[in-house]
Design a protein around this ligand. Structure first.
Ligand code: UD1
Length: 420
């Protein structure tokens, strides 16, 4: 198993190129199941979650070709309709194939994803919406068994909670359904927006893109001609490197980034003392005299993302004063706290709220990554901790960060990947 060894760094400098967004790529890859053509995708990040989903498609009978800077996905000969436990257990987002397979074939089995490190993460809202569209759903032997012999029908869906993969799943199901589907309380995350935009470019009529009410006119079972596309930049990867600049008090530039997707993150970093030069697809962070404490509440887009909570918590350990960080989306997303405490951070947890008292003198330690974003919080802490930090179990990190240690080394960090 790999681990990362990192030393304290005086400062970082230079430019980091941002990869394509993992969370946009996943639904977009699942969407290729709706295609009657080979689909060409550029800017896919090289991360394990993407490899896992591409493997799932090949297990189902699809073909994946890597050609220079693009990946071509051919699902024309896809014929299997069962996403088995061995794949789904490694990646919950495999649930994204449920909507498209069911709408294309009229039946689908997907292993139940089960619990996960950051909370229960149920999929009841996905299933309820599919039932409203006419699916018959049974849970048997750990599998969701869904059928819709006459195809899915348009329905009026009102999500009780905003769900990102739930919205994506239903948008894809609705694209091939008979009639019009309305989704109220839809997720407005840029990743959902891109899915809708690619479908719209491919001939599916969608109204309300980027709003909480989507109206999708289905193709009545006809597969669609999906236009080639480039995946949007990863706003969470970008936010993580902005935090690296802020925590080490360094001026660094991000290229191939979409500043409009980072509004809440940039605004919090400004509150904490940094300033920015923002270009069309670049951001430079200029650190302030000191890091100021903050108050954060995680919420759905466009508010502050839960996927940046752990990184800001690490940053808050270096702020002069008391920061309050409230996690509203996932019930157990504070596992990085105990690892940061082992490095010397002063954090108290009360239910869904962390109180971070800075500035703490952090010292390097052996720490364990517990989930994807928690892993990057430990890397950020390691950049300012005295001595050496070994971050174990970085397979979590590899799920979603493309070449993290290489990108950090390019801007001057002393970090390397070693084998246990
Ligand atoms: C996606 C992102 C993840 C991010 C999260 C919240 C992907 C692959 N993952 O996860 O990085 O942290 O959005 O922005 O895009 N819920 C239910 N029932 C459901 C579905 C969700 O109760 O059927 C709850 C969840 O437990 C959670 C909240 O709704 O409390 C939001 O979850 P959701 O948006 O669905 O998260 P994911 O799509 O799994």
């Amino acid at each position: 198993m790999d681990y990362l060894k990192a030393q304290r760094v005086q400062s970082l400098h230079g430019t980091i190129n941002i990869s394509g967004a993992k969370n946009a790529s996943l639904p977009l890859i699942a969407m290729t199941i709706l295609a009657k053509n080979k689909v060409s995708i550029t800017n896919l990040p090289v991360v394990t979650d993407i490899k896992t989903l591409l493997k799932l498609l090949t297990n189902l009978g699809g073909e994946v070709m890597f050609e220079e800077d693009k990946v071509v996905v051919d699902t024309i000969s896809l014929h299997e309709t069962k996403a088995t436990y061995d794949i789904v257990k490694t990646m919950r987002a495999s649930i994204l194939v449920l909507g498209p397979i069911l709408s294309r074939f009229g039946h689908c089995e997907v292993s139940l994803p089960g619990g996960c490190a950051i909370g229960q993460r149920p999929i009841d809202l996905h299933l309820k919406a599919l039932e409203q569209m006419g699916a018959i759903i049974d849970i048997k032997s750990g599998y969701i068994q869904a059928t819709a012999p006459d195809g899915l029908k348009g329905a009026n869906i009102i999500f009780d909670k905003v769900t990102v993969t739930g919205t994506a799943n239903i948008v894809m199901a609705a694209a091939l359904a008979h009639g019009v589907t309305t989704i109220t309380n839809a997720a407005r995350e840029p990743e959902v927006v891109q899915l809708c935009e690619v479908l719209e470019k491919s001939g599916i009529e969608i109204e309300g893109i980027g709003t909480a009410i989507l109206r999708i006119k289905g193709s009545a079972g006809k597969l669609i001609d999906i236009a080639s596309f480039r995946v949007i930049p990863d706003r969470i990867e970008a936010g993580t490197y902005l935090c690296a600049g802020a925590i080490t008090r360094s001026e660094i530039t991000l290229s191939n980034v979409e500043p409009r997707h980072l509004g809440a993150v940039i605004s919090k970093l400004e509150e904490m003392g940094s300033s920015f030069t923002i270009g069309e697809d670049s951001i430079t962070i200029h650190p302030g005299e000191e890091i100021l404490p903050t108050k954060i509440i995680t919420q759905e887009y466009p508010a502050f993302p839960t996927d940046m909570q752990a990184q800001f918590l690490a940053l808050a350990t270096q702020a002069n004063g008391v920061s309050i960080i409230e996690e509203r989306l996932f019930e157990n997303r504070f596992m990085h706290v105990s690892e940061l405490q082992r490095m010397g951070a002063e954090i108290t947890l009360n239910g869904h709220t962390a109180t971070v008292t800075g500035k703490s003198k952090l010292s390097g330690a052996d720490v364990m990554a517990t989930d994807l974003r928690a892993s990057s919080a430990l890397v950020l802490a390691a950049l300012v901790a005295d001595g050496e930090t070994n971050i174990h179990r970085i397979y979590h990190l590899d799920r979603g960060y493309d070449a993290l240690e290489k990108k950090l080394r390019c801007v001057g960090a002393n970090i390397k990947r070693l084998k246990e």
